[in-house]
Design a protein around this ligand. Structure first.
Ligand code: AMP
Length: 341
C-alpha cells in the first residue's frame, strides 16, 4: 500500500487530509517540538519524529519511508530548510519534478524561467547604483519575506542594508536581489498541471497578509514618518480572492506558457501544483514577480474546494486531495514514473 508523507509545517494538514480522503495511509515527518500539535489530527496515521527536517536524508528514515512505500509531497518548508543539492539527493520518491525546485530557489534562474514563459516580469537591477524609483530588495531562497525592504535610492538602500546586517538578518549585498516594485492588486494564482491528462486546472486565488507591511496602512502618515522601522514582508496568513471573469482567459494562457517553458528548461517539466505570484495593474495586466513550482500555503484556504475547483469537480477538491487523486490515478494506470522523481 502506498503512503503519502510530508513535512509537518506549511500545508501538511491539507495535504494529509486530502491523501486520507483518497484512501492513502498518511505519514507526517514531525519535529518533536510540534508533536503535540499534529497529534490532534486523527487523519494522520503515523508520525516520524525528528529533531530537524534534514534528518530525512539519513538512511534510517529513508529506509523507514521506503518500507511504507512512501511518496513525499514537497512544500515550501522543504525548500526553505534544505539546499537544492539536498533535495535532489532525497532517495524517497518525490511527487512532481524535484529538479524544478532549484529554479524556484535561485533568483537568477527563476527570472530566466519567467522570461522564457513570456510572462511580464519586473526589471531586476544588477547593482544598487541603478536604483531610481521604487525598488524592492529581496533575499535569495525561500526567506518568506523576512528581511525584505523597499527603497528609492542607493543611499537609502545602504542604510537599510547595514541595519539588517547589524541585526544579523543578512550578511551583505550578495544576499539581496533587487527588483523594480510592481504596483497594483496582488494575486497569487494557484494551478495544478496534470501530467496524466496533460491539462491545466486553475484552482484558486489568494492574497497574502504580510507583516508588517500590511499593517502599516493602519498607521497615519505623520506617525509612519516618526517611526524608523524597515517593514518586512513576512507571510502571516492568506485571504481569498476571486477574479473578474474577463481576466480568466489570460490566467490560463500564462500557465500554458509556464508549463511549455518548463518542458524545455527542466525535464520532465512541471508536474502538479504551482503558483504564479504578482500584481494586476489598473488595465488588468498581470506582472509576475515570483513563482512557486510546488503547492503553496495559500491553497490551505480551499480545503473544501474553491470557487474554481467547483467548476471542475462535483465534490470538495482541495489541492492536497488533487495531488493524492493524481497519484491514485497514476497508480491505476501504471504511470507512477511519469509523476515522481
Ligand atoms: P517573494 O519572496 O518574491 O514572494 O516576495 C514576498 C513578498 O514581497 C510578495 O508577496 C509581495 O508582497 C512582495 N513583492 C515581491 N516582489 C515584488 C515586486 N517586484 N513588486 C511588488 N511587491 C513585491
Amino acid at each position: 500500500m502506498t503512503s503519502i508523507a510530508t513535512l509537518g509545517s506549511h500545508c501538511a494538514l491539507q495535504v494529509l487530509k486530502g491523501a486520507k480522503d483518497e484512501g492513502f495511509k498518511t505519514i507526517l515527518v514531525c519535529e518533536t517540538k510540534r508533536e503535540k500539535l499534529y497529534r490532534r489530527f486523527s487523519f494522520i496515521d503515523e508520525l516520524i519524529l525528528v529533531g530537524s527536517f534534514k534528518e530525512i536524508l539519513d538512511q534510517k528514515y529513508t529506509k523507514q519511508l521506503e518500507e511504507q512505500n512512501a511518496i513525499i509531497i514537497p512544500h515550501g518548508t522543504l525548500i526553505a530548510q534544505m539546499s537544492s543539492e539536498e533535495i535532489e539527493s532525497i532517495k524517497t520518491p518525490i511527487f512532481g519534478n524535484k529538479w524544478i525546485l532549484r529554479w524556484e530557489s535561485d533568483r537568477n534562474m527563476k527570472e530566466r524561467f519567467m522570461t522564457e514563459s513570456k510572462l511580464s516580469v519586473p526589471k531586476s537591477l544588477s547593482s544598487p547604483k541603478e536604483i531610481s524609483g521604487l525598488v524592492i530588495a529581496k533575499r535569495h531562497g525561500a526567506a518568506g519575506g523576512r528581511g525584505y525592504f523597499l527603497t528609492t535610492s542607493e543611499k537609502d538602500y545602504k542604510r537599510k542594508r547595514d541595519k539588517l546586517v547589524h541585526k544579523g538578518i543578512i550578511k551583505g549585498d550578495s544576499d539581496l536581489y533587487l527588483q523594480e516594485y510592481a504596483y497594483g492588486v496582488s494575486a497569487y494564482l494557484q494551478y495544478f498541471y496534470s501530467t496524466l491528462k496533460e491539462e491545466i486546472e486553475f484552482f484558486g486565488v489568494d492574497r497574502r497578509y504580510e507583516s508588517d507591511i500590511d499593517g502599516l496602512g493602519r498607521i497615519p502618515a505623520p506617525q509612519q514618518i516618526d517611526i524608523d522601522i524597515i517593514p518586512s514582508f513576512n507571510v502571516i496568513g492568506n485571504s481569498p480572492l476571486v477574479l473578474r471573469e474577463s481576466l480568466l482567459d489570460e490566467v490560463y494562457s500564462m500557465a500554458e506558457r509556464f508549463v511549455e517553458a518548463s518542458k524545455r528548461l527542466v525535464a520532465p517539466g512541471m508536474t502538479g501544483p504551482f503558483c504564479l505570484e504578482g500584481v494586476y495593474d489598473d488595465t488588468g495586466k498581470f506582472t509576475t514577480f515570483e513563482f512557486s513550482a510546488r503547492i503553496v500555503a495559500g491553497t490551505n484556504l480551499y480545503v473544501n474546494g474553491s470557487p474554481y475547483s467547483t467548476f471542475m469537480y462535483d465534490e470538495p477538491m482541495s489541492m492536497g486531495r488533487r495531488i493524492a487523486r493524481e497519484i491514485k490515478n497514476a497508480g491505476k494506470e501504471n504511470q507512477l514514473t511519469k509523476i515522481l522523481t
